[in-house]
Design a protein around this ligand. Sequence first.
Ligand code: MLT
Length: 206
Amino acid sequence: METSGFIHRFEKGRPEERPLVLLHGTGGDENDLIPLARMITPTAPLLSPRGKVLENGKPRFFRRLAEGVFDEDDVRRRANELADFVTNARSQYGIASPIALGYSNGANIAAAVLLLRPSELAGAILLRAMLPLTHPKPVKLDGVPVLIVSGARDPIIRPESAAKLASLLERYGAAVEHRVLPAGHELSQADVTLAQSWWNKKAPNC
Ligand code: MLT
């Protein structure tokens, strides 16, 4: 299905539950994070777009110049485009503002949406995220709950960059929990457990 040019999946779930918007990693698609989301919550509405940027045929959410070096103009443009997609999908499907669940490139675009369109998301679970913009302008994220889970041995996302993202979001008012697992870039059962317990505490019905 397409809304605002994004191929996506939508699972209705229970309308009184806070929805999740699922943002896959490089080379993934709209199906990738559904099983993870369903481990976190069996019944929330799920909105899952496919990134529109292709890197050697692999879908992503924005252009990069090299691993970990982003085309920041494209980050801005794509984060706004994704935020518009979320707004349109909310009225099309009648859902409340969602919490983002992003992995790797998907976590980075979710962080960019928080920094550029702060009222679009009700919160975020950012798995293996880094700071996507070098000099973001201050925004108001008062009390927005954010879970960041990093891997201490992640060769792609430097732990300092995840820590910078956490402290910046905190400075702008978000309620950030940053956990560092003894893991690499891949997700582990510990990520699922952390995300489940955070969701149960932070994602009340809407
Ligand atoms: C990115 O490009 O967003 C990060 O380097 C993570 C990745 O997708 O490999």
